[in-house]
Design a protein. Structure first.
Length: 275
């Protein structure tokens, strides 16, 4: 069929997408609900690209963009990625986790994308490739707004990169929804903390579903630095959390509820990362 392609090599995929007009399918768990019962236009299915699957250690950690959430959840990873694995286990049901991919989650660019906060606290970058070359962007620079990314025509998100120094410490992820599972987040938080001699030496905290894009909470991070482990939760102040957020009212929650929930979720994530 001329309106569907499932290449088995990255070179073939780049040749096709460079011609323009292709709609990229990378799991489809976000794309199908948006498109309805069928996808219009030529579809480029990346699910057959083994080059974009799997997790490897190379100058940090490399996660292929076509790696499924199930593969991430079941991998043997450092404690710094515990938050990402917790998020992977809460993205839909088992079928969604088996089909959905980390790259698809990022390119969909939903403000409620569960994978984003735990990647932000890992200082993650994305590797974008095209026929003309490769470029890397911090994840925060890749996500421009709801359903908007920095992908240029002819580019494919090939790899998610976690730098070596971000593999230190331990992380945690907490999500609030109308029910415990199979739900879009009202608010979600990830925290990664590095402790030395009983004090926090490095703090990274990020919130999702509370702004147009997920964000790091700089004032919360600054307040946590140097805190004794047993007193860290007391350093989380509501005004520091609210300073970074710009929540909206929608069918799931009011802006005020989201902000209050985010404060509690930061405290829970910090406590768990230190546990």
């Amino acid at each position: 069929m001329s309106d569907y392609a499932c290449p088995d090599s990255l070179t073939d995929a780049l040749d096709l997408i460079s011609s323009g007009g292709w709609r990229v399918l990378a799991g489809g768990t976000d794309l199908y609900p948006v498109a309805g019962r069928c996808l219009s236009g030529p579809v480029l299915d990346l699910s057959g690209l083994s080059q974009m699957q799997g997790i490897s250690r190379e100058d940090g950690l490399r996660i292929g963009a076509a790696t499924s959430w199930t593969a991430i959840a079941e991998a043997s990873l450092p404690p710094a990625l515990q938050g990402l694995q917790q998020a992977a286990r809460q993205i839909g049901g088992r079928q969604i986790q088996a089909a959905g991919t980390i790259g698809g989650n990022l390119c969909n660019a939903s403000p409620a994308a569960d994978g984003v906060p735990p990647l932000l606290v890992l200082d993650a970058e994305v590797e974008l490739i095209s026929r003309t070359g490769t470029r890397r962007l911090p994840l925060g620079a890749f996500l421009l707004g709801p359903r908007k990314t920095a992908l240029q025509p002819g580019e494919i998100l090939a790899t998610v990169l976690v730098p070596e120094d971000a593999l230190a410490g331990r992380s945690a992820f907490h999500k609030l929804g109308a029910r415990s599972h199979l739900v879009i987040s009202i608010a979600m938080l990830a925290a990664r903390l590095v402790v030395k001699d009983g004090r926090i030496a490095k703090a990274a905290v990020a919130a999702g579903s509370c702004s147009a894009v997920a964000v790091r909470l700089a004032e919360v991070e600054a307040a946590l630095l140097g805190a004794k482990s047993e007193a860290a939760v007391e350093r989380v102040r509501p005004e520091d959390v609210a300073a970074a957020l710009s929540p909206i009212d929608d069918v799931r929650a009011t802006a005020g509820y989201r902000t209050g929930a985010a404060v509690e979720l930061v405290r829970r994530a910090v406590a768990e990362a230190l546990a």
